[in-house]
Design a protein around this ligand. Structure first.
Ligand code: AMP
Length: 393
């Protein structure tokens, strides 16, 4: 168990918080989705309420080590000031003159935001000097940016070498839900893995086979598995060089007594487009000219029965080409089943989170991870540098 801001005395202390303010913006620099900012507020408010001097930092976009105006955190500073109802000061730099001046004589409950940490090319190199300079601004380090916790950068991990380091509430929540599901799940534990490629998720599947009772495989990657079982998959997406591996994973599931479910019917299309001619066929009836785009109704029914008896459900990756409305049915149906489920429902970041949001079920899930890449690495069983570096309870 990692220490959190509740386990350390922050009163009167300068607390450097690594947030994830990597918000989407339109061409005029207006923030189009403020959820990442709102997500950081509980940690920031706790620190203010407990009389800390709060220093915030984050990256935004990919300025590649150069100062670029379009990647400034100015829009974030404005939004934060509005949300917190106080004037958040924005430094012109990260560890330079402006940052030092603004953080030197801070009062309790004051909030300073440093400029985009990726304006300094040393950030992504996890440069020790930058870590030291960041640390010199503060007394305590808090990591609350789960989305970058799988990266060892100066502001996400390096700085912890020089300061007592704990997690904020966002990372605490991620560890709690993802960690508990993997290490101590209420059973039956069912995981749904979809998405395009087997190759992206091999390690996740491998790790989950050690943990789950049922593994449901859908999306583009299912066709490599189906082909490994000797079925004709027509023009469906397939990774020829992963067929043997798919076979091995099916074998491993048998050895581990994990029920591995593949689609039993498929919505196929003549071409890869929303308007394409389409039909539902049994999985052993896919013809040469057709390609699998979504799971069929019998598959949904079968998955539904399994999901209804689950106590923990973890979902990562869409079950079809959900960007096309005509092939989003399977993904949306699974989202609906999870929304109506009494099980603990955990959604890995990225596309499945987007699908849940789009379907309007976000508040019906137990936990939606805020990190795509980070949550995948967590599910792979890897240790994330941004979490490893924090103090143990
Ligand atoms: P991933 O990034 O691996 O989670 O994959 C997400 C992508 O997989 C989405 O863009 C989906 O459109 C795509 N996808 C899901 N099912 C299929 C399919 N049957 N054929 C092609 N692409 C698919």
């Amino acid at each position: 168990m990692k220490k959190t801001i509740r386990d350390i005395d922050v009163s009167g202390k300068k607390v450097l918080v690594r947030c994830d303010f990597n918000v989407p913006q339109d061409e005029n620099g207006n923030i189009t989705d403020i959820r990442r900012i709102q997500g950081a507020l509980p940690t920031i408010r706790y620190l203010i309420d407990n009389n800390a001097k709060v220093i915030l930092c984050s990256h935004l976009g990919r300025p590649k080590g150069e100062v670029k105006k379009e990647f400034s955190l100015l829009p974030v500073q404005k939004e934060l000031s509005k949300e917190l109802g106080i004037e958040v000061k924005l430094a012109d730099d990260i560890v330079g003159k402006s940052a030092k001046e603004l953080t030197k004589n801070m009062k309790e409950r004051e909030v300073v935001l440093l400029e985009n940490v990726r304006f300094d090319k040393r950030e992504e190199a996890n440069d020790k000097e930058l870590s030291k300079e960041l640390a010199s601004l503060a007394d305590i380090y808090v990591n609350d940016a789960f989305g970058t916790a799988h990266r060892a950068h100066s502001s996400t991990a390096g700085v912890s070498e020089f300061l007592p380091s704990v997690s904020g509430f966002l990372i605490e929540k991620e560890i709690k839900f993802l960690g508990e599901a993997l290490n101590n799940p209420e059973r039956p534990f069912v995981s749904i893995i979809g998405g395009k490629k087997v190759s992206d998720k091999i390690s996740v599947i491998n790790n989950l086979l050690e943990k789950v009772d049922v593994l449901i495989i859908g999306g583009g990657m299912a066709y490599t598995f189906l082909k490994s079982e000797g079925l004709n998959i027509g023009k469906s997406i397939c990774e020829e060089d992963k067929i043997d591996l798919a076979k091995e994973l099916i074998e491993k599931a048998k050895e581990k007594n994990v029920k591995l479910l593949l689609p039993v019917d498929i919505k196929v299309a003549k071409e890869f487009s929303n308007e394409a001619e389409s039909k539902v066929v049994a999985v052993d009836e896919i013809e040469d000219e057709w390609e699998g785009m979504d799971i069929g109704p019998k598959t949904i029914e079968e998955y539904k029965n399994i999901l209804e008896s689950a106590k923990t459900i973890m979902w990562n990756g869409p079950l079809g080409v959900f960007e096309f409305d005509n092939f989003a049915y399977g993904t949306n149906k699974i989202a609906e089943i999870l929304a109506n489920s009494n099980a603990i429902t955990i959604i890995g970041g990225g596309d499945s989170a987007a699908a849940i949001e789009k379907a309007g079920y976000a508040d019906k899930m137990t936990h939606i991870s805020t990190g795509g890449g980070a949550s995948l690495e967590f599910l792979e069983g890897k240790k994330l540098p941004g979490i490893e570096c924090l103090l143990e309870k």
